[in-house]
Design a protein around this ligand. Structure first.
Ligand code: BTN
Length: 245
């Protein structure tokens, strides 16, 4: 398959790169459109949270994809971006964050980045996925959250655009795996996921599940064995309860 065409739009300030690309996707913008901002006035996180970062302190970017997979698999586009960010950080500074299900990049239990995936259908009924990523490069994120930064962990100051360029380089093959070699993407995900094998509490909009995370299914959903049953979880916040022996 021919390499995708990437078009990066950069902003000094924007409300939210995700909101911008969701609107562009609804208007039929093509796959490969990327928005990056130095600062967001209304950055959004998962579960209606805010994502705040001082100007140029982190990577704030969103990517528009039109994957040829069913909407139940769209979450895997965010996984592809998370794995690509991880690979890009390894190349730039040797830092290899783990993934925490569903969408965090962590060093130990400290969050260094997060992703927000949003599915969109345009007026012609065509599917798109917008994946936004925030990575703390020089500041640790809001106080009290226990976050960290690439600078704190690796002692290196990375330019947001340098990380984005390498992330795009890394995402190209992973998007192809999403279409035609999903097992390979899932295998890399399983290997990067600090959540598997851990005692977890999953806080979902409709309640809480506690047990051991035993793996992921074919759509990247988390499998949790509780005392009485096996549950497959597709949304929620995970708390890692104990460090594995
Ligand atoms: C989370 O951890 O809750 C997800 C955070 C996602 C933040 C990024 S920053 C760039 C993009 N634009 C947004 O408004 N949000 C995402």
């Amino acid at each position: 398959m021919a390499a995708r065409v990437w078009r990066i739009e950069e902003f000094v300030e924007i409300d939210s790169t995700n909101s911008y690309l969701v609107a562009r996707a609804r208007d039929g913008a093509p796959e490969g459109l990327v928005a990056r901002a130095d600062f967001q006035t209304a950055g959004r996180g998962r579960l209606d949270r805010r994502w705040e970062a001082p100007p140029r302190s982190g990577l704030l970017a969103s990517l528009l994809f039109r994957p040829g997979v069913a909407s139940e698999q769209h979450y895997l586009a965010a996984v592809a971006v998370a794995l690509s960010a991880r690979a890009a950080l390894v190349r730039l500074c040797g830092l290899r964050p783990d993934l925490k299900w569903p969408n965090d990049l962590v060093v130990g239990d400290r969050k260094v980045g997060g992703l927000l995936g949003e599915s969109v259908v345009d007026a012609q009924g065509r599917d798109a996925v917008v994946v936004g990523i925030g990575v703390n490069l020089t500041t640790d994120g809001p106080p009290g959250v226990g976050g960290t930064s690439v600078f704190r962990e690796a002692g290196v100051t990375i330019e947001p655009r340098a990380l984005l360029d390498l992330l795009i380089d890394e995402v190209e093959p992973r998007l192809s795996w999403l279409d035609d070699d999903r097992d390979r993407l899932l295998a890399e995900f399983g290997g990067a996921l600090a959540t598997v094998g851990r005692a977890v509490r999953v806080e979902m909009p409709g309640g809480t599940v506690e047990g051991t995370a035993t793996g992921i299914d074919g759509g990247g959903r988390l499998i949790v064995r509780t005392e009485s049953e096996e549950r497959v979880v597709s949304v929620g916040d995970v708390v890692h309860l104990r460090t594995p022996a």
